[in-house]
Design a binder for this molecule. Structure first.
Ligand SMILES: N[C@@H](CCOP(=O)(O)O)C(=O)O
Length: 495
């Protein structure tokens, strides 16, 4: 085993890439990071001349060194054959002064599909090293949950339990999860917000009693959130793809830089961009775009991370997050791997809800990252303006990215990551476009008349799908829920 990863909080807690994928989170609550990230650069000329699939296998090979080339090629083929509605996987389109990277052509119409069609492949390969099965615990503010359910559904030697905040996801997101079929899946609404669910899931990973109970059944607990490196690294690929498409479309030259505006919640997506930058992608800056839960805007402006503020329910629910897990990985890199310092900040965050980085660290972050935010009114205004001027419909999350991208754009081309299909948020999008308050299905069909694009098959099917998961639990009930879900883990006999 190549011990290529260690915890953000302790260099002594080490794992190979396969083990890191299986474990999800380090045993001290830290996240797995590669200390030598970017020592080996990606070959940009090679990337320019390869397909998405070839680039995915190549870049995953750089980041997950103990998977073989053959294993990664097979994983890529399984993840990206017949699963995405666009053959480019993540097509780039000019929209006004910006370039929109459409990440929502996968099975569940959100960017999470790019990684969650891949993670089950990486997990299954890693499971071959053991006699164990994996129970995948997933906290979601709306998009990860469905994509993870879709990816892990009926995958041998796995089970999956998803926890979403009750009443705090869109109607379509709710239906996507509550109607999920599969013999190894469980979905729970949790009383609370996403942060409550995510913090509780992280605690469950550290719960020795639960860990031993699961081990007694040859089950390991793992994660489908971006805290898992196997979730994070497939997202690095589409940053290279955006650049490749800009070069191939003649917008920029081979050595020109590009900027990215990223709708941000858990900080995984923008961090994937930072990984691409460390691998040699010519990036000028990243714009971290937030909704009214603008804890990251304040952090990147002042160096103070303070989650002690009201949690705002917005029309961009996937970004309703005040504890952005992957910022921890950025802090690790911005302190040159100072795990003691990162551990101290994370402890302060856990105990007081706040920490402040040094001026040097802040300056380093600000040399590459800018931040902006939009409340619901500004989000709707952007959806309406972009439709009026460009005849392009953005979902609320992508609209926030678009607005921030416009605000921060300079001479360098700006790519906005469009993280979800507008159909997933049809009611709010229609409200923004027409002022009408429509029911979910009316909104979906009216939006289709405006977009002219077909409603994605997975969303159209929801109209007649039966609700299969109705459990509503409190945070204290999550441990028991996981134990119950473990009985569903597929073991090959029922495949
Ligand atoms: N926005 C997410 C929240 C979890 O983020 P992840 O990238 O760590 O899975 C969601 O839609 O669930």
């Amino acid at each position: 085993m190549v011990t290529s990863y260690h915890s953000t909080r302790n260099k002594g807690i080490q794992a190979g890439a396969r083990e890191a994928v299986l474990t999800g989170i380090a045993s001290d609550g830290g996240l797995f990071v590669r200390p030598d990230l970017g020592t080996e650069k990606a070959d940009l000329d090679r990337i320019l001349n390869q397909s998405y699939q070839e680039n995915a296998a190549y870049i995953l090979g750089l980041l997950l060194p103990d998977y073989t080339e053959e294993e990664l090629k097979q994983a890529v083929a399984a993840a990206y054959t017949g699963t995405f509605a666009d053959k480019a996987i993540t097509p780039l389109k000019p929209v006004g002064d910006l370039h929109v990277l459409e990440l929502f052509h996968g099975p569940t119409s959100a960017f999470k599909d790019v990684a969650l069609t891949m993670l089950p492949q990486l997990m299954s390969i890693a499971l071959q090293d053991t006699e164990d099965s994996a129970m995948i615990l997933t906290a979601t503010s709306g998009d990860t949950g469905k994509a993870a359910l879709s990816g892990f559904r009926d995958v041998d030697r796995t089970g999956i339990a998803v926890f979403y905040p009750e009443g705090k996801v869109s109607q379509i997101q709710y239906r996507q999860m509550a109607t999920q079929q599969g013999s190894n899946v469980k979905v729970f609404a949790v009383r609370g917000n996403f942060d409550d669910a995510q913090s509780a899931v992280k605690q469950l990973f550290l719960d020795e009693d639960l860990g031993q109970w699961a081990a007694g059944q040859n089950i390991r607990l793992s994660s489908a959130n971006s805290i898992n490196v196997g979730r994070l690294v497939p997202q690095v690929v589409y940053y290279f793809e955006a650049w490749k498409q800009l070069v191939n479309q003649g917008v920029i030259g081979r050595d020109d830089k590009v900027s990215f505006s990223v709708p941000t919640g858990n900080f995984g997506d923008v961090l994937a961009g930072y990984y691409a930058y460390r691998l040699g992608l010519p990036v000028k800056k990243f714009v971290v775009a937030s909704n009214a839960n603008n804890v990251l805007t304040e952090f990147i402006t002042t160096g103070v991370y303070d989650r002690n503020r009201p949690f705002v329910k917005t029309i961009s629910p996937s970004m309703d997050i005040l504890i952005s897990s992957n910022l921890e990985r950025l802090l690790y890199y911005m302190t040159d791997g100072n795990t003691e310092q990162v551990a101290a900040w994370m402890q302060e965050l856990a105990e007081t809800g706040r920490y402040e980085v040094t001026p040097e660290v802040l300056e380093r972050i600000r040399s590459l990252f800018e931040a902006d935010y939009a409340d619901d009114a500004a989000t709707k205004e952007t959806i309406a303006d972009v439709y009026k001027e460009e005849r392009y419909v953005l979902d609320p999350h992508s609209a926030i990215g678009y607005r921030a991208g416009l605000a921060k754009k300079d001479d360098t081309p700006m790519v906005v990551l469009a993280t979800a299909s507008p159909y997933k948020f049809a009611q709010d999008v229609m409200q923004a476009l027409t002022g009408e308050e429509l029911g979910e299905w009316d909104a979906l069909h009216r939006l289709q008349e405006l977009c002219q694009d077909p409603i994605p098959a997975g969303l159209a099917a929801l109209e007649n799908a039966r609700i299969l998961h109705e459990a509503v639990i409190g945070v204290p009930g999550m441990k028991e829920a996981v134990q119950g879900a473990c009985s569903l883990v597929k073991n090959g006999e029922t495949a």
